[in-house]
Design a protein around this ligand. Structure first.
Ligand code: GDP
Length: 180
């Protein structure tokens, strides 16, 4: 290990998950602190940059959003390739979207092996009355896959910077262990 640790990083982060779970809303909230009740995927740009500070490290995140392509099954290795982190989103009020997460995890592991960190995000916690996926169930699944689990609300701006920061911290650790 080098005596001077790196403090500046650049990471590619991709958003994955079913349509309408709130992927674009999370990015819009995180990058611009805005929220819209419209389905954003078709109007939102696919790439955004944001710098995140974690302790004394600075990481420039290049965030790739699906721009609605998951509807057409058009996402492929070009989208994931070279990513350092994946934010895999489901809607806590939609059990089906959680089941789909399991397919995405398999796909990522097949395409990328252990080169990327996975953070599973249960979004829309403002709709807790309609919850279909318990935190315990999602946490246990994430742990079994070596992934992190966090919950968010893009509508109420809850947990979002924490989620991106936790993923960034994992990516920094990953990058240090693979380059030292
Ligand atoms: P995407 O297709 O996964 O990118 O989903 P969008 O970001 O376009 O969001 C789909 C719909 O869910 C839109 O109507 C959003 O306003 C709504 N939405 C997104 N996040 C939240 C949230 O945290 N809470 C609630 N109640 N609605 C949300």
């Amino acid at each position: 290990m080098s005596s001077v640790e790196r403090k500046e990083f650049k990471f590619k982060v991709v958003l994955l998950g079913e349509g309408c779970v709130g992927k674009s809303s999370l990015v819009l909230r995180f990058v611009e602190n805005k929220f819209s009740t419209r389905h954003l995927s078709t109007i939102q740009a696919s790439f955004q940059n944001k710098t995140v500070q974690v302790d004394d490290c600075k990481a420039e995140l290049h965030i790739w959003d699906t721009a609605g392509q998951e509807k057409y099954h058009a996402l492929g290795p070009i989208y994931y390739r070279g990513s350092n982190g994946v934010l895999l989103v489901f809607d806590i009020t939609d059990q089906r979207s959680f089941q789909k997460v399991k397919n995405w995890v398999l796909e990522i592991k097949t395409c990328l092996g252990k080169t990327t960190e996975i953070l599973i995000v249960g979004n829309k916690i403002d709709l807790d009355d309609e919850r279909q996926v318990s935190r315990q169930e999602a946490e246990a699944y994430a742990e079994s896959e070596g992934a992190l689990y966090m919950e968010t609300s893009a509508q109420e701006n809850r947990g979002i910077s924490e989620a991106f920061e936790a993923l960034t911290e994992k990516m920094i650790q990953h990058s240090r262990t693979t380059t030292s």
